[in-house]
Design a protein around this ligand. Structure first.
Ligand SMILES: [Zn+2]
Length: 391
């Protein structure tokens, strides 16, 4: 496929009913209800708070691909990408290449596995359980629904679709980790097994494709083994599983750019899978050549600022995503006050040892909410965080 053409298509024709970070059942249900004939919708069960969890299946081929998004309720970028993908398949199903995909594969996607977490904009479900640590104990209905799905479908490949925070960078000097991937381990030794190798091979293809759009901004996620994670569990069952982490494109807190890269990556996975011949898979080197994610970013760093009682230092600010009355706000809070030479800010300011003016009685310390500081201080307007989704 021509990925530049796909990217152009995405700019114009992505699912516009979905926008921003706060994506819930009420946003996606009308879209699921209107899916054309190509798609079969199945009810899989209910969340703790009795929200419906559904799957969308399309294609008729023997290769079974199972994906799920928003297992962490506040990681919605890949959900948007899935609905873009549905639109793309619906409008391109008569094209030879697409027909080929649909005849070779059966795709089953669960767009919203944790609807209660999505509603509350939290990582965890309504019982405060991280579903990605519940793969063995299966204490939650959402975990059982996913297990039932992979037990009945017997997927050849799984796609575990997530989003990552703005703190991750790759390379040196670091660039934002706009997208990261992982072929999870299936044992403590992180052995490169046949199943892992297949995932690695697919991820290498993804990386190669993405480099033309976001050079130096693709990361490899930490492969520490934890059987309570779904990916590790599936990999241990010898089902190649690919973890997607949608990250931060500079300036794009809505994750509308990253959404496009996720869309392209999904299509690239399907293409890769079709081309895979197990005897040919042997190259894990290009996978390991992808730089590992490191925690080296803050949303904002103010350098060389003179803080009363502390002196000249650096100050890092991290936005706390906060849901209030159905609207998501990005609340700036002090994350660190220290020498931050080893860190990068998505936004950087240099105070050149100038004192920061703060209202009387305000303390600058880790955790301080800076929402109202700008109006009352000498912070320049470039720092401005107008909440309400738009920065
Ligand atoms: Zn996640």
């Amino acid at each position: 496929m021509n990925y530049t053409t796909l990217c152009d298509w995405h700019k114009l024709h992505h699912e516009k009913a979905l926008f921003g970070r706060y994506i819930t059942t009420s946003h996606i249900q009308p879209l699921i209800d209107q899916l054309p004939e190509l798609f079969q919708v199945k009810s899989l069960g209910y969340s703790v708070e009795k929200r419906l969890i559904q799957s969308v299946t399309f294609g008729t081929g023997p290769i079974q691909i199972l994906g799920w998004s928003q297992m962490h309720g506040n990681e919605s970028t890949t959900t948007k990408a899935l609905f873009d993908l549905f639109r793309w398949f619906a409008t391109h199903q008569d094209q030879t290449e697409v027909k080929h995909l649909l005849n070779a594969c059966t795709f089953t996607m669960i767009p919203l596995l944790n609807p209660d977490g999505a509603e509350a904009y939290t990582r965890v479900n309504a019982n405060q359980v991280d579903l990605n640590r519940d793969a063995q104990n299966l204490t939650q209905p959402e975990s059982s629904i996913l297990k039932e799905a992979y037990t009945s479908i017997k997927p050849d490949y799984c796609l575990n679709l997530h989003g990552q925070r703005t703190i991750f960078g790759v390379g040196s000097p670091a660039k934002s980790a706009i997208v990261s991937f992982l072929s999870p381990s299936q044992d403590e030794l992180r052995t490169v097994t046949a199943s892992r190798k297949i995932g690695m091979s697919v991820i290498s293809d993804l990386n190669e494709m993405l480099q033309q759009f976001i050079p130096g901004s693709v990361g490899r996620y930490d492969d520490g083994f934890n059987l309570n994670c779904v990916g590790d569990t599936l990999q241990q069952l010898n089902i190649p599983t690919i973890l997607f982490e949608a990250g931060h494109f500079p300036g794009d807190y809505e994750r509308e750019q990253t959404r496009c890269f996720m869309f392209l990556s999904l299509i690239r996975v399907f293409e890769s899978v079709l081309l895979l011949k197990s005897e040919e898979i042997g190259d894990s080197n290009s996978y390991f050549a992808i730089p590992e994610n490191k925690k080296c970013y803050f949303d904002c760093i103010i350098r060389n600022v003179n803080i009363p009682q502390i002196g000249v230092t650096d100050m890092a600010i991290q936005y706390e995503e906060t849901l209030k009355n159905g609207t998501l706000y990005f609340v700036p809070k002090i994350a660190q006050i220290a020498d931050l030479d080893d860190f990068v800010g998505h936004k950087e300011l240099n105070f050149h040892q100038k004192e920061i003016q703060i209202p009387e009685g305000m303390q600058l310390e880790v955790g301080t909410n800076l929402e109202n500081l700008q109006a009352n201080s000498n912070l320049p307007t470039t720092f401005s965080v107008k909440s309400n989704n738009l920065l």
